[in-house]
Design a protein around this ligand. Structure first.
Ligand SMILES: Cc1cc2nc3c(=O)[nH]c(=O)nc-3n(C[C@H](O)[C@H](O)[C@H](O)COP(=O)(O)OP(=O)(O)OC[C@H]3O[C@@H](n4cnc5c(N)ncnc54)[C@H](O)[C@@H]3O)c2cc1C
Ligand code: SF4
Length: 329
């Protein structure tokens, strides 16, 4: 615990957002970097609880109080090493994880949890800026060839871990770019795609082979992969959208979120409209948009519609309106 009285002296101060009027004019990330000094101050608020409840909230078991302490002590390099012990892509989770760790944090009893996600994001971004994140090549190969189906975060983390153990992983992806929903679901204003490209470069040096436009079961058979590889890993994601079988569902202008969102990410990546919207353009430009569903995907559709220039956006949600601050666990 860096500063025993930190949580009493320092107020919670999270990342700020770019003003709405400005951020809807572009597709850039809208969170503003607080800077190392401010983040270090926030890290001092961590009480290093004997039983850190944040641990139970974190799906990847991040060692949160450890790196909070290291950041407060200005040892950012040790902090990224500790963070990488449990998390292959902290620059991603530091941007888009829903942060159940903060809901679980003891300081959330008073609605002022440690800004764990921002601290994580700053550790990762700073480590990249400083050049501390380098390929970790295995000293020798095992001769084992592994085929991984799907290049979402699950497939990528799997590939990186296997490569570092000396195995030879090949990631097969049916889309034209690597990243799964990170690439084609989550909008650029939440996750800039250069973040994925940067990791891919590291992974290629570590020995991961990426094969795009390869749909396992169609372009290449499972039998072929089982012949060519020692192990086959299935990391194909969920993909199945939840339909709403109600009268009117069949009308024009009713779309699944993913058909809509992926088109915009492809446009932002520089694809021509015929390629980005091969099945026909879906755009909120000049339209009155209704988004059914009040979760993260719904929120991504709202942000995308506004940026496309929608005339209005209305969101419908079956549950009561949630409170404006994070709920307790
Ligand atoms: C719109 C949206 C926004 C989201 N926002 C967030 C967020 O802010 N924070 C968060 O934590 N989570 C978010 N999520 C959830 C998160 O993206 C997923 O939980 C995560 O991407 C799942 O990772 P995955 O690797 O299992 O699968 P995916 O990311 O779905 O990747 C699976 C990949 O496998 C490929 N594939 C499937 N079948 C084959 C095949 N036969 N051959 C070759 N390739 C194949 C697919 O093309 C895809 O690229 C969001 C999801 C959506 C849809
Ligand atoms: S629960 Fe909160 S205060 Fe306690 S160790 Fe985790 S981040 Fe620090």
């Amino acid at each position: 615990m860096g500063k025993p009285t930190g949580f009493l002296e320092v107020e919670r101060q999270d990342r700020k957002y770019a003003p709405v009027a400005e951020r809807v004019t572009n597709w850039r990330e809208f969170t503003q970097e607080p800077g190392a000094e401010a983040v270090s101050k926030q890290a001092s608020r961590c009480m290093d609880c004997g039983i850190p409840f944040c641990h139970s909230g974190c799906p990847v078991n991040n060692l949160i109080p450890d790196w909070n302490d290291l950041v407060y002590k200005d040892d950012w390099q040790a902090a990224i090493e500790r963070l990488h012990q449990t998390n292959n892509f902290p620059e991603v989770t530091g941007r888009i994880c829903p942060a159940p760790c903060e809901a679980a944090c003891t300081l959330n009893i008073d609605d002022v949890p440690v800004t764990i996600k921002s601290i994580e994001g700053e550790i990762a971004d700073r480590a990249f800026r400083e050049g501390w994140i380098k390929p970790q090549c295995a000293p020798r190969g095992t001769g084992k060839r592994i085929a991984i189906v799907g290049s979402g975060p699950a497939g990528l983390a799997c590939a990186q871990q296997l490569a570092r153990m000396g195995h030879a992983p090949t990631v097969f992806e049916k889309s034209d770019r690597i990243g799964g929903l990170l690439r084609y679901g989550i909008p650029d204003f939440k996750l800039d795609k250069s973040v994925i490209d940067r990791r891919m470069e590291q992974m290629e040096v570590e020995g991961v082979i990426f094969r795009t436009n390869m749909e396992v079961g169609v372009t290449v058979s499972v039998e072929r992969l089982l012949d060519d590889y020692h192990v086959l890993v299935l990391a194909g994601g969920a993909e199945q959208p939840r339909d709403l079988p109600v009268p009117g569902r069949e009308l024009d202008g009713v779309h699944f979120a993913m058909d809509f969102l992926s088109q915009q990410n492809k446009r932002n990546a520089g694809d021509a409209e015929e390629k980005a919207a091969a099945g026909g353009t879906i755009s909120g430009h000049g339209k009155h948009v209704v988004v059914i569903g009040g979760g993260d995907t719904g929120s991504d559709c709202i942000g995308t519609s506004f940026r496309q220039g929608a005339a209005s956006v209305t969101q419908l949600e079956i549950l009561p309106q949630p409170r404006s601050t994070r709920t307790r666990r």
